[in-house]
Design a protein. Structure first.
Length: 212
């Protein structure tokens, strides 16, 4: 039974990865989540040539970065730690400190909103970004160093609680909940704090903490 379960989980993960490549190439409106929080935007985010294009206010939700917009020269300036990133609307390149870097898609002004390529900026800000092709969701995750350190606590109960507080990324289809049941229960393998089985309704999800 265990062998069949492992094969089934592996098949799902492989299918999700393969399907994601094809789905990401399609244009269409998408949803953005930053550290588990849905980000509402007046202008819709969308996929262009496999890249998520989002309004500036999405970037403001990523911890540790500041953003300014210069309307006279149409330049976005993003500061993270000691790193400065500049993008000019309509140009297929950006400047990171003094180094010129090509962009997959140019930033632009669309219907009065400044739109920028999310992955490039998220990764420059040392955030992790993932695409769920089934739900058409983009996840941006950037836990604080304090959150990560708590998951390494020698106290197993504290480490488990800290793991449950980490932001989550979903790469598969959402579970259909059982009728009248929306309670979540978490189960950790013996001695583990970074692997979790979560039951909700009639479904089971497996979660794993990786580098925060």
């Amino acid at each position: 039974m265990k062998k069949h379960l492992e094969t089934y989980i592996l098949a799902i993960l492989v299918f999700a990865t393969v399907s994601g490549t094809a789905a990401a190439s399609n244009s269409g409106i998408i949803s953005i989540y930053v550290n588990n929080e849905y980000v509402f935007t007046k202008a819709p985010s969308y996929i262009d040539h496999g890249t998520a294009i989002v309004p500036l206010n999405v970037l403001q939700k990523i911890p540790g970065i500041s953003i300014t917009w210069n309307n006279s020269n149409k330049t976005v300036t993003i500061v993270h730690d000691k790193k400065t990133i500049q993008l000019v609307a309509g140009q297929n390149s950006a400047i990171i400190d003094s180094k010129k870097v090509d962009l997959p898609v140019a930033s632009l002004i669309k219907n009065g909103s400044v739109m920028v390529p999310l992955r490039f900026i998220a990764e420059a800000a040392e955030a992790y970004i993932a695409w769920n092709p089934y739900e058409r969701d983009v996840y941006v995750v950037k836990p604080t160093q304090e959150m990560i350190e708590k998951t390494k606590s020698a106290n197993l109960a504290e480490a488990r609680q800290a793991t449950l507080e980490l932001p989550t990324i979903r790469l598969l289809k959402s579970i259909t909940q059982g009728v009248g049941s929306d309670n979540k229960y978490y189960y950790f393998p013996e001695g583990k704090s970074d692997q979790i089985f979560m039951t909700i309704g009639n479904g089971v999800e497996y979660l794993e903490a990786v580098n925060g």
